[in-house]
Design a protein around this ligand. Structure first.
Ligand code: NI
Length: 316
């Protein structure tokens, strides 16, 4: 009697369990039920794929609102050369060439720090070797260090090997001193040609950064001229050229920084500015046309490829 009862119990248990005991399924834990108590269908796309875990639905609303996410605007592909960038945002990049200078650059850094403004320094490699602590301070205070060659030659006037040396040696000394490799370069005197631009971009991964506002501070050593010129010509996306080796340029900076801030401008580094190129541009918006100043020497964009400048060189 006992054995018949046991047989009956075993048969009943088997009948109940067998349909759910296929070996493949037995190895996988059952999927958790959704909030509504429904086991999700593993083949349904809404529950995810092998790479995308199925949504348990525990915290999800019963019916998720169908929101179509708008992808963020992709940044424009990097260009080989920049004079300015295309943006509607009131942002400019303040750039200082030819330093660091042992006395003037620290004064400038104080002014920038006081105002929380960031700048980009196109340093000369041999000056970095001479005043490494100033370059370290620049980086510590959030500024960008970029390549302005080692000895400030006019690149189209020197040979292929020497161009390579000027760029590499400067990258190396900057990396040695601050542990950061420059990501942009500016040719001395703005002197460049298409072959050198191509090489800088392809071999050194360095876009060429020129400018859209030039107060000619190396020539006109008057602070009010420098500040007025910059304030009158700055536009969204502008790259402002200055040299932190002239006292008059440093004297002009409080008026430049405060005047631009009063107009609503913020100061980005060149790399930050490039990252904004073409972003936040409403569809169909006309490209920004900054009104460039008349440079002391033609920039490559203006002289069709550019060779050495006709005008006397800025200092150094
Ligand atoms: Ni220079």
């Amino acid at each position: 009697m006992n054995s018949i009862l046991r047989l009956c119990v075993a048969a009943t248990v088997a009948l109940i369990l067998l349909p759910g005991m296929a070996p493949a399924k037995a190895q996988n834990p059952p999927r958790p039920p959704t909030a509504a108590g429904v086991v999700p269908d593993p083949t349904a796309s809404s529950t995810g794929t092998a790479d995308e875990p199925a949504h348990t639905g525990i915290d999800a609303p019963a019916q998720a609102p169908s929101v179509i996410a708008t992808p963020p605007p992709a940044p424009a592909p990097r260009k080989p050369t920049y004079n300015s960038i295309n943006t509607t945002e009131p942002v400019v990049a303040l750039t200082f060439d030819d330093g660091p200078h042992p006395k003037l650059t620290p004064r400038l850094l104080d002014m920038l720090k006081e105002r929380g403004a960031k700048a980009t320094f196109y340093v000369i490699g041999q000056n970095v070797a001479q005043y490494p602590e100033i370059v370290q301070r620049m980086v510590a205070e959030g500024h960008e260090i970029a390549n302005h060659t080692y000895t400030h030659p006019s690149l189209p006037k020197i040979g292929h090997a020497r161009v390579g040396e000027e760029i590499s040696k400067t990258n190396e000394v900057i990396e040695q001193v601050v542990g950061v490799r420059p990501t942009t370069m500016r040719p001395p005197y703005g002197a460049i040609n298409p072959a050198i631009t191509k090489r800088l971009n392809e071999e050194f991964d360095l876009p060429v950064i020129l400018w859209s506002v030039d107060p000619q501070d190396w020539k006109i050593r008057k602070a009010s001229h420098v500040s007025n010129h910059i304030l009158q010509n700055a536009r969204p996306g502008a790259i402002l050229l200055a040299h932190d080796i002239h006292p008059s340029t440093i004297d002009a900076m409080p008026a430049v920084l405060d005047g631009l801030a009063a107009k609503g401008y913020r100061f980005a580094t060149v790399s930050e500015l490039i990252a904004l190129d073409g972003k936040a541009q409403p569809p169909g918006a006309a490209p920004q046309t900054p009104s460039p100043s008349v440079p002391a020497y033609p920039t490559p964009a203006e002289n069709g490829g550019g060779t050495a400048p006709a005008a006397p060189a800025p200092t150094l």
